[in-house]
Ligand binder design. Structure first.
Ligand code: CTP
Length: 403
């Protein structure tokens, strides 16, 4: 894991040396970039000695034409070679530069060239921190998806007490490593199904269920944020397509089955979060059915069981199914895992207030092929999605170790 540690010019710059060590203890290679004013507070030599790597202090380090040419593209190289950019202390000046895209020194130029995750640890005087300009810049940077750590409250170097102190270096290092861990699905293709299906009765009516698709969409988003290529086969839902995800929209179980099969080949992980209708109407009426006084009967035929069909030819793909139950949760999940040849079944009770269908939170039990049963406490569907991937990757390692 390669980390660029950007050091800004503030009194907390000396703590960045401790941060470099904390990152190295977590197995990171640390490349330090200091602003000109940071070098007034702490010597580049400190970082060079601690990290064993060259420290970059200026956009044009050296004045020979060759040196100028080499260093003028160095920020691109540094941007490409590192997995995460951590800026500590992120001064009010650096936050302003980043927010507005100014690029007048190495660190701000690197920031623009860097496409990976960014962690900012602000530190400054309380009034500077609370100034409307800083608040606005921070909101911009947060909207851009950067992780902001701290500042903490306490005694400040300027003699006042309040927010502005650099967060604990261990917390900053933990945040940087956690972000990198989340790239653990890069190189994978995750194929997901989500939402309900609609089985037509006639041109205007259908049979469906109350699935909102939220859990499947949260899984798609989590997989994309962890670096996977994601194909989301979605039934009709009212959710915006997650960014960075290929969405294939379908209506019926048959269409969902065809879309999954068409994307099966490159898949390394398949997750069936959709609430697929178990039956479809045998003969869909070509015209809208008219009301009569008589009782009507609909003939229904079973739909294709997509999970079972994939289970029969999954190879070494990891296959994860869902079980929406109203009773006998674990026993039903185990039965579905075995009969459909899945590696994991995510089981949830759908008759419980605040979780399951339509809600933003979920509480699930994972039943694994290894025989384990893991309970995931009630949390946002996004958090639950990440925990499902954590367990899925652990499970795959365990299954491969057994082979
Ligand atoms: N599933 C599927 N195709 C179907 C029905 C279900 O792929 N035609 C998948 C679901 O996406 C889910 C799992 O199978 O991952 C279990 O779905 P569920 O409806 O709970 O199970 P069923 O097999 O339909 O069992 P039952 O209706 O008896 O509870």
């Amino acid at each position: 894991m390669n980390v660029v540690l950007g050091v800004g010019g503030g009194i907390a710059a000396y703590k960045a040396a401790e941060l470099a060590r904390a990152l190295m203890r977590r197995g990171c290679t640390v490349n330090t970039v200091m602003t000109g004013s940071a070098t007034e507070f702490i010597q580049p030599l400190t970082f060079a000695a601690l990290t064993g790597r060259k420290v970059i202090t200026g956009l044009f380090d050296g004045h020979s034409p060759e040196a100028v040419l080499a260093s003028s593209v160095e920020h691109i190289g540094v941007a490409q070679e590192n997995d995460v950019l951590v800026v500590a202390p992120a001064t009010a000046d650096l936050l302003a530069k980043f927010a507005h895209g100014l690029a007048d020194d190495f660190l701000s130029t690197l920031y623009l060239a860097f496409t990976g995750p960014v962690v900012l640890a602000p530190a400054m005087n309380t009034n500077m921190w609370e100034h409307a300009a800083t608040r606005t810049n921070l909101a911009t940077l947060r909207d851009r998806g950067h992780r902001i750590i701290g500042p903490d409250s306490g005694d400040l170097a300027c003699g006042t007490v309040g927010p502005g102190r650099l967060a604990e270096v261990e917390a900053i290092a933990d945040a940087a490593v956690a972000i990198l861990r989340k790239q653990d699905l890069s190189g994978e293709t995750v194929v997901l199904t989500a939402g309900p299906t609609q089985e037509a009765i006639d041109p205007v009516r259908y049979i469906s269920n109350r699935s909102s698709g939220k859990m499947g969409y949260a899984l798609a988003e989590a997989a994309a944020s962890r670096g996977a290529r994601v194909v989301l086969v979605s039934g009709p839902v009212h959710l915006p397509p997650p960014s960075g995800v290929e969405v294939v929209t379908v209506r019926s179980a048959r269409e969902m089955r065809d879309a999954v099969m068409a994307n099966l080949e490159p898949a390394t992980i398949l997750i069936k979060a959709a609430a697929v209708a178990d039956y479809h109407v045998t003969e869909v009426a070509p015209q809208k059915l008219k009301k009569t006084a008589a009782r009507v009967t609909l003939d229904l035929d079973p739909t294709p069981d997509i999970l079972a069909e994939v289970g029969a030819k999954k190879g070494d793909r990891l296959l994860i199914g869902f079980a929406a139950e109203t009773q006998n949760l674990v026993a039903e999940a185990k039965r579905k895992m075995t009969t459909k040849n899945a590696d994991m079944v995510v089981a949830n009770l759908v008759n419980q207030a605040g979780t399951g269908f339509e809600s933003d939170e979920n509480e699930v039990t994972l039943v694994l092929r290894t025989g384990e049963t893991i309970h995931i406490e009630r949390a946002s569907k996004r958090d639950v999605a990440h925990q499902i991937f954590d367990q899925a990757l652990r499970l795959r390692l365990a299954l491969h170790a057994k082979q």
